[in-house]
Design a protein around this ligand. Structure first.
Ligand code: SF4
Ligand code: SF4
Length: 452
């Protein structure tokens, strides 16, 4: 039977050629000494701790749940002793650190066969995903919060890959796991009648080994593969705005929990960036320490570590841990050194969007650093941000409306369609924090909606 295939052409976006792309290899790492769960990295939840320092836990023991919906449960990625509970500003729980014991024990969850999957009721299936700590991997548009287990989504998008530099390609995490992925797909099909399995048309998810499942392909630059971008170009009715999404790697997590009856802890992380040294993909544990992912660990005084994506991730230290939603670590030079005769440097190796450097003619991958070369300035109405926005927002106008407190106007400019991709900020010559401002406004709007 022929599979229905749809292709979407995303015209806007931006993908600079950056040095430090991870090699096509998967390097298994030795087990770390400790792992952690990081509640502060899960947006919109209010964590209620279920363990205290010194407790002994197994892989799969409940560590914390969301106070607003206790079905959102977060389980221990390791077996051992709760070594530390790190608190941040206003006593926000940053990390629950587990020192792993050599004989880790695991909580046993009920196993589900392929046959049982066909007959299990939807509420029972949802319950298993919730108590197995996997439900938070399924998120809902437009806010990207954890999906509401009581609703049936109009569609679920599975992101097989992503046009973002330094992310794990589908063929790397899928290799040898094809049957598991197939099982995970069957699970998701029980949650929605419409499943979009999305991969880049010319990308590696389009290759025979990884692309056999894709029923939605796309062309275009970053963030073309983002589920929010695909939905924006696909939707016919406003109801579809509440579609759900999950990454291809997380589909494997769903399958491992249900098929094997164990909380899955395997994670593939892309370690890239011009200061990464050995840029490659590593196979490690969920919640592994950042320092464990790099060998050697670059000097923290001259290097920045970004977890979760080079355009929209957040800064971490070698002492931190990789979060539940993060599958990339980008390592970049701070770039604070004084440049000799900088004024006369034509910028042959400096990434540029506005073509002010000679590098616009350089076909090589360029070594980006974190130097912003100056502070925020006034908007010069260059329209670069609008030129790259994949969901046709005019970011500078949405930004100004937010600063003026004009929420309705920001919504009219497409605030809810924003996918928080970060490229408007990246290309802005005035260094205006467009993405962060829109993200904060979106979160405030969501809160207002939920609180009535
Ligand atoms: S406005 Fe949102 S979607 Fe558009 S480029 Fe900026 S962050 Fe991306
Ligand atoms: S890119 Fe920056 S300077 Fe240019 S229009 Fe947008 S906000 Fe203004």
């Amino acid at each position: 039977m022929r599979r229905l295939m749809k292709t979407i052409h995303i015209k806007k976006g931006y993908l600079p050629r950056l040095a430090g792309v991870p090699a096509d290899t998967l390097k298994p790492l030795p087990p770390p000494g400790r792992v952690a769960a990081c509640p502060a990295r899960i947006p919109f939840i209010k964590p209620r701790l279920r363990v205290k320092k010194g407790d002994h836990v197994q892989v799969g023991t409940l560590l914390y749940e969301d106070k607003q919906d206790s079905r959102f449960q977060f389980l221990s990625p390791g077996g051992g002793r709760v070594e530390d509970i790190r608190l941040g500003p206003r006593r926000r729980v940053e990390a629950i650190v587990i020192a792993l014991s050599p004989d880790e024990k695991r909580v046993a969850f009920p196993e589900l066969s392929k046959l049982q999957l066909e007959t299990i009721s939807r509420p029972d299936l949802v319950e298993r995903l919730c108590t197995g700590g996997i439900w938070p991997l399924i998120r809902a548009l437009p806010f990207r919060d954890i999906a509401d287990p009581d609703t049936v989504p109009p569609a679920i998008f599975i992101s097989m890959d992503n046009q973002e530099p330094f992310q794990v390609p589908a063929d790397i995490y899928l290799k040898g796991n094809e049957d598991l992925f197939e099982f995970g797909l069957h699970v998701l099909k029980r949650l929605s009648d419409k499943i979009y399995i999305a991969g880049a048309k010319s990308g590696r998810a389009g290759q025979p080994d990884a692309g056999r499942w894709a029923n939605l392909t796309y062309t275009g630059k970053y963030p073309a593969g983002d589920p929010g971008v695909l939905l924006y170009h696909l939707k016919n009715t406003p109801d579809e705005n509440n579609s759900w999404f999950i990454t291809g790697q997380d589909v494997l997590m769903v399958a491992r929990l249900l098929k094997n009856g164990r909380y899955p802890t395997r994670r593939v992380i892309a370690v890239g960036g011009s200061a990464a040294g050995d840029a490659c993909h590593v196979q490690t544990r969920l919640g592994a320490p950042i320092a464990h992912l790099m060998d050697p660990v670059p000097d923290a005084t001259t290097t920045r570590y970004v977890a979760g994506g080079v355009f929209h991730g957040h800064t971490v230290t070698p002492d931190d841990f990789i979060g539940l939603y993060e599958t990339a670590l980008t390592v970049l030079p701070e770039g604070n050194e004084k440049e000799f005769l900088a004024l006369f440097n034509p910028g042959w190796r400096k990434p540029t969007y506005s073509r002010i450097y000679l590098s616009a003619l350089n076909p090589a991958d360029l070594p980006a650093n974190c130097n912003r070369h100056g502070d925020e300035r006034a908007c010069i109405a260059c329209m670069h941000c609008a030129d790259v926005c994949p969901v046709d927002i005019l970011p500078q106008l949405a930004y100004k409306a937010i600063l003026a407190g004009e929420v309705e106007e920001a919504l009219a400019h497409g605030l809810l369609d924003c996918v928080e991709c970060g490229i408007c900020t990246c290309v802005c010559p005035s260094k205006i924090e467009l993405t962060e401002t829109l993200k904060t406004a979106r979160a405030a709007y969501r809160k207002e909606q939920r609180c009535g």
